[in-house]
Design a protein around this ligand. Structure first.
Ligand SMILES: NC(=O)c1ccc[n+]([C@@H]2O[C@H](COP(=O)([O-])OP(=O)(O)OC[C@H]3O[C@@H](n4cnc5c(N)ncnc54)[C@H](O)[C@@H]3O)[C@@H](O)[C@H]2O)c1
Length: 254
């Protein structure tokens, strides 16, 4: 790819898990990467991996809940790398609790990271994409945005909200050359899942239960979700708009 054709992708949550795998995959397909996360050390590791493989990546440590910080990072990305052609909202947080067990603080934390964060990045970056004639936004939601999961009240609400936001952005901006798609993973083997398992009363039983509910008999890999995102964002995905694509090894089929 020549310098004139260079495209810029922004990936949030890129310090770890699905976000890191997505940044690596997109760099491999020829994007210059702006990686955003609250974890500056993790971002530095992701950038080092991309650069070692011959790609270009810049780290932008940011708390995605902060509208002013998201605005400044957007300006920095545009000045340093150029206008984003692709925004992938991956950053997220979880909570194992029913409605009755959810405090005001936890509700706000989950909703602000999982729903307000993608709203803020999209609102900040969409005008740049529109000036550039179009772009793609991919929101990483979850099967929890499609079905109810036990003791995940705030998480399910945030991810269902993100699917709704995705459809609304697609409807409003298809005419402007914007596509917006939600990717809804099932259980994916990341640091997040490792922490849930480690904190369970019986970690071995918890991991076995997660694997047992998979039709494929295994958890997904971050690379499989990254490959789906790259497909959705790329030219072969150009007829996919406003959709919520379930990638869960059959978890929700049963
Ligand atoms: N792992 C799974 O099984 C699974 C399943 C379905 C959906 N998801 C979704 O995929 C996304 C990534 O999950 P993962 O498993 O890779 O988790 P992860 O914990 O490995 O990565 C999440 C990243 O988001 C970042 N982050 C959290 N709050 C932030 C904030 N306020 N500002 C900036 N960055 C912030 C974290 O620092 C972390 O690097 C999440 O949105 C999650 O809901 C994960």
């Amino acid at each position: 790819m020549s310098a004139r054709e260079q495209r810029v992708a922004v990936v949030t949550g890129a310090a770890s898990g699905i976000g890191r795998a997505t940044a690596l995959r997109l760099a491999d397909t020829g994007y210059d990467l702006a990686v955003l996360d609250i974890d500056a050390d993790g971002l530095a590791r992701t950038c080092a991996e991309i650069e070692k493989a011959g790609g270009t990546a810049r780290a932008f440590p940011v708390d995605l809940r902060d509208p002013d910080a998201v605005g400044s990072v957007t300006r920095e990305v545009a000045v340093t790398l150029g206008t984003p052609a692709l925004l992938v909202n991956v950053a997220g947080t979880g909570l194992a609790a029913t409605v009755l067990e959810t405090s005001d603080e936890d509700w706000d934390r989950v909703l602000s990271v999982n729903l307000t964060g993608p709203f803020l990045t999209t609102r900040a970056m969409l005008p740049l994409m529109l000036d550039n004639g179009g772009g793609v936004v991919v929101n990483v939601a979850s099967v929890a945005g499609q079905v109810g999961l036990a003791r995940r009240a705030a998480y399910c609400a945030s991810k269902a909200g993100l699917v709704g936001l995705t459809r609304a952005i697609a409807v409003d901006h298809a005419k402007d050359g914007i596509r917006c798609v939600a990717v809804c993973p099932g259980t994916v083997a990341t640091e997040w899942i490792d922490k849930i398992v480690a904190n369970a009363p019986d970690p071995l039983a918890a991991r076995q239960a997660m694997t047992a509910r998979q039709l494929d008999g295994r958890l997904g890999s971050p690379e499989e979700i990254a490959a789906t995102i790259a497909f959705v964002a790329g030219p072969d995905g150009r007829f996919i708009n406003g959709a919520a694509l379930i990638v869960d090894g059959g978890l929700t089929a049963a």
